[in-house]
Every structure is written in C-alpha cells, then in structure tokens.
Design a protein around this ligand. Structure first.
Ligand SMILES: C[S@@+](CC[C@H](N)C(=O)[O-])C[C@H]1O[C@@H](n2cnc3c(N)ncnc32)[C@H](O)[C@@H]1O
Length: 314
C-alpha cells in the first residue's frame, strides 16, 4: 500500500484539526473529509471529535466509534466483539427483501419462517422480517455478546418477536430448540480462508473484529448440507469464494436423494465476486420460492424433480 505523503498530511491538518489522523484508514483526503463529517454529526454524547480521530488513527472501526451501521432501512447497533455488517451482505439481503416483499404469490395466510444461522448483530434476520410481512424468525450464534446484541437490535428496531438461541452450530446438530420447519434459511458463516487472512484482511479488522466471526474453510457449508437441508424449503448462505459454492453444489449433485429435490444457484455481488450459494427444495413452498426468486441470481443446477415437472408442464 503506498505511503501517505507528508504534503497530504500537512494539507489535511490545515483544513481541520485532527483530519490528518483519519488518513491512514481513509487513504484519500476526500474519504477522510467524508468520515470527519460523519464523526462530527453522529458521535455519541460525551465524545469529542479529537478523541474519535485518535481512535481512527489507532484503527478502531468507524462503526464501533459511532456504535451503529445502517443496514437497508434499519440502524444496526454495533459493539466490539461482534462483526460489523458489511455492504456485501446488505446488498444480497436487500435484494431478497425487495423481491419477496413485492410478490403477489406469497399468501398472508401462509407465513414464512426464517432461520438465520451465524447471526452476529442479527442484521439479516431483522432486515428480512422487517421487509417480509407475516414472517417469524429464529437466530442462532455461539457468541453470548452476539445474542445480547440481537436483543438490543430488536429493541432499537421495534421488533418484538423472535427466537434467539446461543449454540455452537457445528456441534449441536440434534438441538431440540432449533425450528423443525424452516422456509428461508440464511447464514453468513465465517468464511475467510486461514491462508488468506493475513494477506487480505485490513489492520482495523485484524485488530478489532472477532476472528471467530471471520476465519473458516468449508465446515459451515458441510454443516449446511449435512444438517439443515432436511429442515428447510430454501437456503441462502454467503460465500467468500467460488470453491465454497462448488462444494455445496457438488455435495447436492453427487447425492442421489439431494439431487432429486434441490436446485442450486449462485449470486454474484456488484463487484463481480461470488457472494451467495442458494437453493430451493422441490416442495410446494420451495417451488413457489424458486418461482418468485428467479431474478435473485442464476440457477446452476435444477433438481431432477423440478426439471421433470417443468418438462411435463411445457
Ligand atoms: C461472518 S459473522 C456474520 C454476522 C452477521 N450474520 C452478519 O452478516 O453481519 C459470523 C458469525 O458466526 C458466529 N459463529 C462462528 N462460529 C460459530 C459456530 N460454530 N456456531 C455458531 N455461531 C458461530 C460468530 O460469532 C459470528 O457472529
């Protein structure tokens, strides 16, 4: 990464006292000015702008200083120890909300149950339940801090009902608290490969965000196929690379039972990176969701049951 020039540091400190302290994180004067404005406007009471600029100089994430992050129409409370929601997640979640909330095919008498694994702040479940009328949700996370923060976020966003479960998802497969029937299973598991962590992750993230929320290989996708597909009509799991998509797709394709009933899709984000692996089951509800969510991404593998049904209806 190129060093910041002394002339740029001088220029920034002449514009506003403390502005130069934002340059190491912001990199450009324009971005630093924008961040300074947010800090000046949104700082929690009792905190000075000088304090905030020093925090940023020490790589503290902006959202931990301002204590929140917008996520679609919601304001999500953020606290150290729990991952800050990312724009990549917000993008696909809001795409889902947009399509589902406009659909005439969803009947009000047939509510959708959403289950969000690896929930963190609860941003995914809260945005979906806010946007999809007549839905209910369950969220699961191993971290006590995360579950406490979901409660805070429910209060902040005036959501009164929802089931919160604190569990290690990878070692509690038969947990009887889990919902037995799910329509939309979502998850943003830890997926940054250990070998890429040092190379790809910024200093701020490395120093301040929980590694438990970040580092993962294929274990959460293995858990998805082994333990969640039997319970849900559809799933949407965020991914960090194409191999995580291929893993899920191949596990389904190579299994004679799963391949009969599951269609699998891939969604890219607006930066062109593979971002979500998703699927629909050949059940009445799963087929309706497949029909509604056609614009969400690209179906790469169509279940044999659904292909046959499509061919017969032509
Ligand atoms: C990438 S963060 C996602 C947070 C949130 N869903 C979001 O999109 O911003 C992953 C979350 O998974 C949780 N987690 C990691 N391993 C887990 C496990 N084995 N069981 C349950 N939760 C786990 C972490 O505590 C963290 O909150």
């Amino acid at each position: 990464m190129p060093r910041i020039s002394t002339s740029l540091i001088r220029k920034a400190s002449r514009i506003r006292p403390g502005l130069h302290l934002l340059l190491p994180e912001c990199r450009t004067l324009e971005q630093a000015k924008l961040e300074y404005k947010w800090l000046a406007e949104e700082l929690p009471p009792g905190r000075s702008i000088r304090w905030a600029c020093f925090q940023r100089y020490n790589h503290v994430p902006l959202q931990y200083i301002l204590r929140s992050q917008p996520f679609g129409p919601l304001e999500i409370v953020c606290k150290p120890g729990v991952l800050i929601p990312r724009w990549e997640t917000e993008e696909w979640v809001m795409d889902l909300v947009k399509i589902l909330s406009n659909s005439a095919l969803l009947s009000n008498n047939d509510p959708l149950h959403i289950c969000d694994t690896f929930t963190g702040t609860g941003c995914i479940a809260l945005a979906l339940s806010h946007g999809i009328p007549n839905s209910s949700f369950t969220v699961i996370d191993v971290s006590r801090k995360a579950i406490e923060l979901v409660k805070e976020n429910m209060l902040k966003n005036k959501v009164s009902k929802g089931k919160l479960i604190q569990r290690n998802i990878l070692s509690s497969n038969g947990c009887n608290e889990y919902p037995s029937h799910i329509d939309i299973l979502t998850g943003n598991p830890p997926y940054i490969r250990k070998r890429h962590f040092i190379r790809d992750v910024t200093t701020s993230v490395k120093l301040f965000e929980p590694r438990l929320a970040l580092i993962g290989e294929l274990e959460c996708y293995e858990n998805l196929v082994d333990h969640w597909l039997s319970k849900t009509n559809s799933f949407f799991y965020e991914i960090g690379d194409f191999d995580q998509f291929s893993y899920v797709q191949n596990r389904i394709k190579d299994d004679s039972n799963l391949s009969r009933i599951w269609s699998v899709g891939l969604k890219y984000d607006s930066n062109g990176n593979p971002r979500v692996v998703y699927g629909f089951k050949a059940t009445p509800k799963g087929s309706i969701l497949l029909q509604i969510l056609e614009p969400f991404g690209t179906i790469k593998y169509l279940a044999t049951a659904l292909s046959r049904h499509k061919a017969n209806s032509k």
